[in-house]
Design a protein around this ligand. Structure first.
Ligand SMILES: O=C(O)c1cccc(C(=O)CC[C@H]2O[C@@H](n3cnc4c(=O)[nH]cnc43)[C@H](O)[C@@H]2O)c1
Length: 261
């Protein structure tokens, strides 16, 4: 994999990386980290913005279902083209849990967790795994998460995925009680991760915090600041991805890897 950073902008890569945002304005914020405008590439069910070096950007839609469907379409198309992706990155704006993830900050997921996938019972919420189904958490490669955190200043932690934006202090407190490591909430990460897992492709989730998770206060959303943080972060991601090689079972930069440095 070869990715070069030039004045904080992404230039070349030999890896194939799919970056899935929810909406076009988030995709365009990521695109601003590239020196070129990119070119459109149409595949069944998806319209990609393609950049030299193997980067494809996709506005995959809002919510876990559409994000999963769009990401799966892109992954399948790439595989059928004979150029499968090496990494999928779910990214965009998100809500941050106070006080750990303030507005304007970045969060990188070490766990991508479906917050509302399960059953409500008289004794509380049961995740689908307790019912004997599927999964509720995907874990991105630990060494890659660490290096993304180091390079961008993103705080590592759990990023929750839900189909509903939290709008009350009570719901925010409930989520944090259930997921004490949760730093952020968004609506797509788990869907993107499910699609990536189906194709055995590693996944990352990086969120720029636009609003606190809690009582709905639309006027307090700082979407412009979060989008600017996203552009800045993707400029800094280049050297991180330069040395990451997921084909190598031993990550020399992962202190948890006994074969590493
Ligand atoms: O409440 C509104 O009026 C409103 C206005 C603009 C956007 C929204 C959204 O629901 C955007 C959802 C979109 O952004 C991500 N996101 C951002 N903050 C959060 C959050 O606190 N909780 C969940 N998702 C959030 C999400 O990934 C969607 O793509 C509402």
């Amino acid at each position: 994999m070869v990715v070069q950073a030039e004045e904080g902008r992404l230039t070349t890569s030999s890896a194939r990386i799919l970056v899935a945002t929810a909406v076009p304005v988030e995709r365009d914020a990521v695109a601003s980290a590239f020196p070129e405008p990119g070119a459109e590439a149409s595949r069944p069910g998806v319209l990609l913005r393609r950049f030299p070096g193997g980067w494809d950007l996709l506005a995959a839609g809002v919510g876990p279902a559409l994000a999963a469907a769009s990401t799966a379409s892109a992954l399948t198309a790439a595989a059928l083209d004979g150029a499968p992706y090496d990494l999928v990155v779910s990214t965009g704006i998100g809500g941050g849990f106070a006080p750990d993830a303030p507005v304007g900050s970045l969060v990188v997921a070490d766990e991508i967790t479906a917050a509302d996938l399960g059953a409500e019972t008289a004794d509380g919420f049961l995740p689908v795994t307790d019912l004997g189904f599927g999964t509720v958490t995907h874990r991105p490669p630990a060494g890659l998460v660490r290096r993304v955190a180091d390079a961008t200043g993103a705080r590592p932690g759990t990023v929750l995925t839900g189909s509903t934006v939290t709008g009350t202090a009570g719901r925010a407190a409930l989520l944090r009680a259930r997921h004490p490591r949760a730093l952020a909430e968004a609506m797509e990460g788990f869907g993107v991760a499910e699609a990536a897992a189906a194709h055995a492709v590693p996944v990352l989730e990086l969120r720029a915090v636009s609003n606190p998770v809690g009582p709905r206060d639309r006027a307090a959303w700082r979407i412009g600041d979060a989008l600017a943080a996203l552009t800045d972060a993707f400029g800094k991601l280049a050297p991180v991805l330069t040395s990451w090689n997921h084909h190598d079972p031993h990550d020399p930069h992962d202190p948890d890897d006994p074969h590493g440095l």
